[in-house]
Ligand binder design. Structure first.
Ligand code: 6R9
Length: 678
C-alpha cells in the first residue's frame, strides 16, 4: 500500500520552529478560562452583548442566521461567497444552507493547510500491526488525493457520479473520499464488515459505476477477503464498470477486465488536480443506515453545511486545538468516522488517527498503548468497547502513560454509569472531561454533549446534557404535543434546522419526509426518546422505533427478519433487541417454522445465523433463536413485540394490556419456550 516516507522528525522539527511544544500547549489550554472572551470562540467576536456559554447558545438559536453566517465565513474557504444563509422549512422537509456559495471540500481539508503548514501531520495510520504506524503530512495527503482525483477523472468519473468505497480505515480510503470531493463526485463508503449482498444492495441503490477497495483487509490479526466480496457483489450490479484495488497485503488477487491496480495507476497521474467548484448544496456523500423498515436508507449530506458543522463540533465539543492529536477509533464506514476521523479534524487542520485494529488486539491494552505512543489528546470511542475492556481489569490501562489525554468522548449508544465512571476514573485519571455525545447519521454531527460549557460547569455521568450551538431540542408527548416544562420525557425532536442535517434519502425523498418530518409537523423527529431534567439537561432514553443498537452498530429488526424469513423452513419471525452487558443490545429472534418442517433446531439455528451473516453482517446474527409454534398477535394480526420484549427481559409482571391479543395462550407458550432456552 502507498507508504510515504516517515515524517515524524520533520513534524517535530516543524513544531519546534513554530515554538509550540506539547507541554506549552497544555499550559496554554489550562490558562484559557472563560467563554466571555472572543479569543475562545473567535467566530463570536461580532455578536453584541453575548457573554458566557448559555448566552452564546441562546444567540445561536435566536439569531441563527447571524450565527451561522459568521461561522461559515470564518471557518470555511469560499470560492464564491454565499448569498442566502438558509432556506429551510421543516414543515416541508426543505433544508438548504449557504446557497449561491461555491467551495471545494478537499481544498478546505487540504490545500489551505498545505499553504500554511505543509509538513504538519494530517493522518497517523495506526495499522493493525502494533507499533507500525505511518504518518502522512498534509502535503503528502494532498498529493495522493490529487493523483486519485486525476485517476478517477481519467476513468470517466464525473461531477454528480457516486463512487462506492469498500475499504477498511486507512489513508487511501480517506484520500478516496477526498478525491471524490475534489472532482465533485459523491462517495458512498460501505463498512468493510458488510457482506457481499449488503454491499451489492448499496452499490445498486447508489447506482455507482466505480468501486474502490483493497485486496485484503487486516483486522485483529485476521485477514478478510475484501476484493473477493466485491467480486461477488458486482455480479449483481450492472452499473459497475471499474473496480480499483489497493494492496493492503502482498497477496495477489484474481483480476478481471474491470479491475485496476490502484497504486500503479496513481503513479501515472499528476500531483496537481484542479478542484471542482461545488455549490453548497451539491451532494458530498451518501451513507446508508438502518431504519425501522427492511431497506437501508442512503442519507444524503451536502457540501458546505455538513463540513462546517463537522468542523465546528469537532473544535468545540472536544476542545481541539492546533497541534493536538485526535484519536477517533470509529470505522470510516460509519458517520462517526466520516465526521470525526475525516472531515471535522481535517477541516480544522488537525492530526487525526486512523485506527485499523480492535480494542483487544494483540491484547486489551491496545487503545492505551496507542494513546501513549501517538500522544493522543482527545480519545473518542464507543461504550461497548469500554464495557469490554472493564472486564480485563485496570492494569491494562495503567500500564501506559495517558498524560497526553485531555478529553474522552463516547458515542453510538447510551453509556451506562459503570462504564462512564471507569472511563473517567481509570482511563482519564479523573482529570479529563468525559463527553457523552448524542447524534445520528441524519444529524451529520454532534447535537447534544456536555461540552462546550464554561470551564467548571458540571458534567453529569451518562447524560449528553447540552445542545450544541444552533441546536434547539424539543420533547413531544404521546399525543404529539410539545412538552414545555422540565423534568419531562418524550420523543426527541429538533425545532430548528442546522447546517449539518441530512437533506434527503437518496432516491426516496418521500421516505425522508415520512420518517423525519411528518410525525411532528414543523419538527425534525430523531427516532429517539429523551428525558429533560429539572436543570434542563438532556438524557437519551433509547429508540422509539424498531431500530436496535448492537455494539454501537445500528440495525433495524425488520432487516434481520427479512433475511430469516427468506429461509424456506421459516413461516414467520420476530426479532427484538434485549439488554446485553457488553454489546448494549443483543439480537433475539423468535422463529415460527412452516408446517411439516422436520429439521433439528440446532441445524436450523446454524443455517439462520449463516444467512444473516452472509446477507447483512456478522454483528447482526441472533444471539438467541427461540423456535415457537406461533407468535402473540393482536386481532388485527400485528405481532405484539412489546410482549415479546417483556418476556425476553424477564419482566413478566408488566406484560401490560393483553386484551387485544388474539389468543392469550400464545404468550404462555412463548414464556415457557424462553425459560427452556436460558
Ligand atoms: C453517531 C451515531 C444513531 C443512534 C441514535 C441513538 C444512538 C448515538 C448516542 C446514542 C445514547 C448517545 N446513539 N449516540 N444513544 N447516547 N450518546 O451513532 O450514528 O449510527 O446513525 O446511530 O445511535 O439511538 O439515534 P448512528
Amino acid at each position: 500500500m502507498w507508504l510515504p516516507c516517515r515524517c515524524t522528525t520533520k513534524y517535530v522539527a516543524a513544531s519546534i520552529r513554530r515554538g509550540v511544544s506539547a507541554s506549552s500547549l497544555h499550559a496554554l489550554r489550562r490558562g484559557r478560562s472563560s467563554w466571555n472572551s472572543a479569543a475562545f470562540m473567535p467566530e463570536s467576536a461580532g455578536f453584541e452583548g453575548v457573554s458566557g456559554r448559555d448566552a452564546l447558545h441562546d444567540y445561536s438559536v435566536s439569531h441563527s442566521e447571524n450565527f451561522w453566517a459568521a461561522v461559515a465565513r470564518q471557518r470555511l474557504n469560499w470560492i464564491r461567497p454565499f448569498e442566502a444563509v438558509q432556506d429551510c422549512d421543516l414543515s416541508q422537509g426543505r433544508i438548504k444552507w449557504f446557497e449561491g456559495g461555491k467551495l471545494n471540500v478537499s481544498v478546505n481539508c487540504l490545500d489551505r493547510h498545505v499553504h500554511t503548514c505543509p509538513e504538519r501531520v494530517a493522518l497517523i495510520w495506526e495499522r493493525d500491526e502494533r507499533g507500525s504506524e505511518v504518518r502522512y503530512t498534509y502535503r503528502e495527503l494532498l498529493e495522493i488525493t490529487c493523483r486519485l482525483g486525476n485517476l478517477l477523472r481519467r476513468h470517466g468519473v464525473k461531477k454528480g457520479d457516486c463512487v462506492t468505497i469498500y475499504m477498511p480505515t486507512c489513508p487511501l480510503a480517506v484520500a478516496s473520499m477526498l478525491a471524490c470531493a475534489r472532482i465533485g463526485a459523491a462517495h458512498n463508503v460501505v463498512f468493510a464488515g458488510f457482506s457481499s449482498e449488503a454491499l451489492a444492495e448499496r452499490i445498486r441503490d447508489a447506482q455507482s459505476s466505480t468501486v474502490i477497495t483493497v485486496n485484503q483487509g487486516v483486522r485483529g490479526g485476521k485477514i478478510t477477503e475484501l476484493k473477493r466480496t466485491v467480486d461477488a457483489a458486482v455480479q449483481s450490479c450492472p452499473t459497475v464498470r471499474q473496480v480499483f484495488v489497493a494492496m493492503r497485503t502482498e497477496k495477489r488477487v484474481e483480476v478481471t477486465d474491470r479491475d485496476f491496480a490502484l497504486e500503479e495507476e496513481m503513479l501515472k497521474e499528476d500531483v496537481v488536480c484542479e478542484p471542482a467548484a461545488m455549490d453548497s448544496e451539491d451532494v458530498l456523500f451518501l451513507l446508508y443506515t438502518s431504519g425501522s423498515t427492511g431497506k437501508p436508507k442512503g442519507l444524503v449530506h451536502t457540501q458546505a453545511g455538513y463540513l462546517l458543522y463537522a468542523a465546528l463540533t469537532h473544535r468545540y465539543v472536544f476542545g481541539y486545538h492546533d497541534g493536538d492529536v485526535f484519536g477517533c477509533v470509529a470505522d470510516i464506514g460509519w458517520i462517526t468516522g466520516h465526521s470525526y476521523t475525516v472531515y471535522g479534524p481535517l477541516a480544522n487542520g488537525g492530526t487525526t488517527v486512523l485506527f485499523e485494529s480492535t480494542p483487544v488486539y494483540p491484547d486489551p491494552g491496545r487503545y492505551w498503548d496507542m494513546v501513549e505512543r501517538l500522544r493522543i489528546n482527545q480519545f473518542y470511542g464507543a461504550p461497548t468497547a469500554i464495557r469490554l475492556l472493564i472486564r480485563y481489569g485496570d492494569q491494562w490501562v495503567k500500564k501506559y502513560d495517558r498524560s497526553s489525554l485531555t478529553t474522552l468522548g463516547s458515542v453510538g449508544e447510551p453509556i451506562n454509569t459503570e462504564a462512564w465512571e471507569w472511563y473517567n476514573r481509570v482511563v482519564g485519571e479523573g482529570r479529563c472531561p468525559v463527553v457523552d455525545t448524542w447524534w445520528q447519521t441524519e444529524t451529520g454531527g454532534i447535537c447534544i454533549a456536555p461540552k462546550p460549557s464554561e470551564p467548571d460547569a458540571e458534567i453529569v455521568p451518562g447524560m449528553a446534557m447540552r445542545p450544541f450551538f444552533g441546536i434547539k431540542p424539543a420533547l413531544m408527548d404521546t399525543e404529539g404535543k410539545l412538552l414545555t416544562s422540565n423534568n419531562a420525557s418524550g420523543a426527541l425532536c429538533m425545532a430548528q434546522p442546522w447546517p449539518g442535517m441530512a437533506r434527503t434519502i437518496h432516491n426516496n425523498h418521500q421516505r425522508f419526509l415520512e420518517t423525519y418530518f411528518q410525525p411532528y409537523p414543523g419538527y425534525f423527529f430523531t427516532g429517539d426518546g429523551a428525558y429533560r431534567s429539572q436543570e434542563g439537561y438532556y438524557q437519551i432514553t433509547g429508540r422509539l422505533d424498531d431500530v436496535i443498537n448492537v455494539s454501537g452498530h445500528r440495525i433495524g429488526t425488520a432487516e434481520i427478519e427479512d433475511v430469516v424469513n427468506q429461509c424456506s423452513a421459516v413461516a414467520e419471525s420476530a426479532v427484538i433487541g434485549y439488554s446485553h452487558s457488553i454489546k448494549g443490545q443483543g439480537v433475539y429472534a423468535f422463529v415460527v417454522l412452516k408446517k411439516g418442517v422436520d429439521m433439528q433446531e440446532a441445524d436450523l439455528s446454524k443455517e439462520l445465523n449463516s444467512m444473516v451473516s452472509e446477507k447483512i453482517a456478522k454483528y447482526a446474527c441472533p444471539d438467541f433463536i427461540q423456535f415457537a409454534k406461533r407468535l402473540p398477535k393482536t386481532r388485527s394480526g400485528k405481532i405484539m413485540r412489546r410482549v415479546l420484549r417483556k418476556v425476553v427481559d424477564c419482566d413478566l409482571d408488566s406484560l401490560g394490556d393483553l386484551s387485544t391479543l388474539d389468543d392469550p395462550a400464545a404468550v404462555q407458550e412463548i414464556i415457557e419456550g424462553h425459560e427452556k432456552l436460558l
